[in-house]
Write a protein that binds this ligand. Structure first.
Ligand SMILES: O=P(O)(O)OC[C@H]1O[C@H](OP(=O)(O)OP(=O)(O)O)[C@H](O)[C@@H]1O
Ligand SMILES: O=c1cc[nH]c(=O)[nH]1
Ligand SMILES: [Mg+2]
Length: 212
């Protein structure tokens, strides 16, 4: 795990290997979706690394012991629709008890401005670590808007997980939400004139759901 400022690059060899497979343009939808889910499980491992523990008394088949369990209210995963759902599935495999919120946003293809069409989150968001998930952090405006809405809804401790980030988008998130750490599998070179990440992996939503 490599970190600078509010960004952590999850450089685990399995993550990097699977990301390369995902980037390949000839990767079929089924395999792309499975790879996103597998990488997401590894990213979930990193983003939950410092969750607080408490101890309880239990009995093993051989003797009593004091054993660690997660303390208090734990997690809420928030998926930025629709591509965020690809990451959500993998994370829920690792933490099936997590609460889940959804923020519906699409990026206007002309202006690249995010348009909100849905939000539903748990009432007790403020008591949970809020992990916002979306595979792509491009201009950063979708992430910044979603994080802003979650703060309005009560979220206090927020982390953002993506597969790929552009330097431009990371700068936007750092400026608008300096309290939020971004976990990403890679930081790519740049955005192109259409707001796509280069070299990137194309349109994550379309590749996950086979819509193009
Ligand atoms: O950082 P930004 O420039 O805001 O771009 C990133 C956003 O674009 C993609 O979603 P898209 O708008 O294509 O919606 P979709 O998930 O429904 O495909 C992606 O999943 C992010 O949400
Ligand atoms: O490269 C990009 C940029 C935004 N959204 C995507 O799905 N891909
Ligand atoms: Mg899309």
């Amino acid at each position: 795990m490599a970190g600078t400022g509010n960004v952590i690059v999850v450089d685990h060899p399995l993550v990097q290997h699977k990301l390369t497979l995902m980037r390949r343009k000839d990767q079929p939808t089924t395999d792309f979706r499975r790879l996103v889910s597998e990488v997401s499980l590894l990213l979930a491992y990193e983003v939950t690394r410092d969750l607080p523990l408490e101890t309880i008394e239990i009995e093993t088949p051989l003797e009593p012991m004091t054993a660690p369990i997660l303390a208090g209210k734990k997690l809420c995963f928030v998926s930025i629709l629709r591509a965020g759902n690809g990451i959500l599935d993998g994370m829920l495999d690792l933490v099936p008890s997590a609460r889940v919120g959804h923020v519906g946003l699409y990026r206007d293809p002309e202006t690249l401005v995010p348009v909100e069409y849905y939000i539903k989150v748990p009432d007790d968001l403020g008591e949970r670590l809020t992990v916002v998930v979306d595979p792509m952090l491009a201009t950063g405006h979708s992430a910044a808007a979603a994080i802003g809405r979650l703060k309005q809804a009560g979220a206090k401790k927020i982390r953002f997980v993506c597969l790929l980030a552009a330097p431009e988008g990371l700068a936007v998130v750092a400026e608008t939400h300096p309290d939020v750490t971004v976990y990403t599998a890679a930081i790519d070179r740049q955005l192109d004139s259409h707001g796509y990440i280069r070299p990137g992996l194309g349109d994550a939503g379309d590749r996950l759901f086979g819509t193009k």
